[in-house]
Design a protein around this ligand. Structure first.
Ligand code: FAD
Ligand code: SIN
Length: 528
């Protein structure tokens, strides 16, 4: 029998949980999350939340910095909304119990690349952990909220499942909930909801090297794409300039805040190189710093560059960066005395499921917030620490609209259960793991920081082959989370490659060797 709730939330990071807390005041909420509840990108966020929190800073400056980073593609109205409403949402988080770093009673505001002022609210270098802890403690034991761990959302339920033929041009596609795979007993449940929120985060795992945890496989974008929602700006993948270079460190992030506190970048020969690439030096926006590092590595044939903050006072370093300090020590690097070897890694998806200023997607009853959404805030490149902020602002706005929608909609009782007849257990796990690895390599090598038409065409051909093999395998196999993730990653890779092929210029995070210039006629979002 189908489960019925007022709100179905897919994902338990900042976007899902902050929506849940507000929605639960008005109706029943089910949160499905594919691993343990805290496992999310949110939990690993380091630097902080960008917001104008004192009188020496201004929302105009925050807006301006966001627009500059976004390289002409931000939606100005959306930027206005976020910089103006952001501080209220951050204060709410503090009222819910978040402990951010203070000095002499006042919030300590950090600095990151592209910001013209100190405006990063943070909890030392583990801001995401504090945010996730706060939100989960507010959700815990709420009578209207149920969290289902190890529950993997497979597909959004739409008119397609009721037998209607729909295309990307069909008007009035409606979302009625989702089919969810319960990994605890391998069953597939039908969850009917009056309103559904996609809060599934990003897709860093599509690349071989990524700062993102394993959950970031782009499931939300892939599901929404299959459901025929509009997807935008997928070519803009942000590579963080500084992840720890160590075979066992899993691309552990070295926060941009380290550069904000005076860290400098040196090549392996010991020369500082950022001043020759940009007048903002180490605090230039991320696309510029990542490309400069890539250029140094290619010119010199090195595997990494150094990030050095050892000239700063030892106690200050440990005070500001306790997590980074301890993690580096674990790998034999003492950042108070030695430079840290770093390389860029895939970090953030600027594009995603297209939403309006209220988090509404192009499918009725389906909302999106957080990294899965493309709100128009980031344009061609996200300004540091703007994403936690974006999630807070749009989950709040979406919740208000979802309430109106919920009040006038009913569960659709004619939705059929999931049909898995004709499938058998997957026998060959190696096919899934091999194809996943191959896809991640293709994306890293051909669709990375620097692209070309030749590399993109190659990536497209390889990905298409992986798509055909995996779809064939999927049709014959019983559901497993691994297989569904692979399928979703291939869909996201396809969207990134196709969007990149469509943009014949270099803008923000999308840098093409054969179209090196910015082209005014190309200044528009990309829709696949
Ligand atoms: P997430 O926090 O990623 O949550 C997604 C949730 O969806 C997870 O619970 C996941 O399990 C679940 N999920 C996914 N697919 C499914 C499925 N099919 N079924 C069920 N559940 C599913 N941003 C900043 O603004 N400031 C920072 O300092 C900062 N630092 C960062 C540091 C690191 C190392 C990383 C990786 C990112 C950082 N970011 C930072 C980016 C920011 O953390 C993310 O963009 C943000 O947390 C995304 O929140 P979210 O709620 O959209 O998604
Ligand atoms: C960082 O701490 O460098 C990450 C900040 C972000 O991704 O916004």
């Amino acid at each position: 029998m189908a489960k019925k709730v007022d709100y179905l939330i897919i994902g338990s990071g900042i976007a899902g949980l902050s929506f849940a807390i507000k929605a639960a005041e008005k109706g029943t909420v089910a949160i499905v999350t594919k691993k343990e509840r805290a496992e999310s990108n949110t939990n690993y966020a380091q630097g902080g939340i960008a917001a104008v929190m004192n009188k020496t800073d201004s929302v105009e400056d925050h807006k301006n910095d966001t627009l500059i980073a976004g390289a002409g593609l931000c939606d100005e109205d959306i930027v206005d909304i976020v910089v103006n409403e952001g501080p209220i949402r951050v204060r709410e988080l503090i009222e819910m119990g978040a402990h951010f770093t203070r000095e002499e009673g006042k919030l300590h505001l950090g600095r990151e690349g592209g910001h013209s002022a100190n405006r990063i609210v943070h909890a030392a270098d583990a801001t995401g952990y504090e945010v996730e802890r706060t939100l989960l403690s507010n959700v815990a034991n709420h009578p209207n909220i149920e969290i289902f761990e190890h529950h993997f959302a497979l597909e959004l339920i739409t008119d397609h499942h009721l037998g209607r033929h729909i295309t990307r041009l069909s008007p009035d596609i409606t979302c009625y909930g989702a089919y969810v795979f319960d990994e605890n007993d391998n069953s597939i449940e039908t969850v009917l909801a009056k309103a559904t929120l996609l809060a599934t985060g990003g897709a860093g795992q599509v690349y071989l090297h990524s700062t993102n945890p394993g959950i970031a496989t782009g499931d939300g974008v892939a599901m929404a794409y299959r459901a025929k929602a509009r997807i935008a700006n997928m070519e803009f993948v942000q590579f963080h300039p500084t992840s720890l270079y160590h075979p066992e460190a899993n691309s552990f992030l070295i926060s941009e805040a380290v550069r904000g506190e005076g860290g400098i970048l040196l090549n392996k020969g010991g020369d500082r190189f950022m001043p020759s690439y940009d007048e903002r030096e180490e605090l230039a926006p991320r696309d510029i710093v990542a490309r400069a590092i890539d250029d140094q590595l290619k010119q010199r044939g090195d595997d990494y560059v150094y990030l050095d903050i050892s000239h700063r006072n030892k106690d200050d370093i440990i005070h500001h960066f306790p997590t980074i300090y301890k993690t580096c020590l674990k790998f034999g690097i003492d950042m108070t005395t030695d430079p840290i070897p770093v390389v860029p890694a895939a970090h953030y998806q600027c594009g995603g499921v297209l939403t309006d200023p209220y988090g509404r997607t192009t499918i009725r009853g389906l909302y999106a917030s957080g990294e899965v959404a493309c709100t128009g805030l980031h344009g061609a490149n996200r300004l540091a620490s703007n994403s936690l902020l974006e999630a807070l602002v749009f989950s709040h706005r979406a919740e208000a609209k979802a309430l109106e929608y919920r009040n006038e909609s009913m569960w659709n009782e004619s939705v059929p259960d999931w049909d898995d007849s004709g499938t058998a257990r997957p026998q060959e796990w190696v096919l899934i793991s091999h194809n996943r690895e191959e896809l991640r390599r293709v994306m890293w090598n051909y669709v990375g920081i620097v692209r070309s038409s030749l590399r993109l065409d190659r990536a497209f051909r390889r990905t298409h082959l992986l798509f055909e093999e995996t779809e064939n395998y999927y049709r014959r196999s019983a559901i497993s989370a691994g297989l569904c993730e692979l399928r979703n990653m291939i869909a996201v890779a396809y969207l990134i490659i196709r969007s990149a092929q469509m943009r014949r210029e270099s803008r923000g995070l999308h840098y093409m060797l054969d179209y090196k210039e910015l082209v005014e006629a190309e200044r528009r979002p990309t829709f696949v």
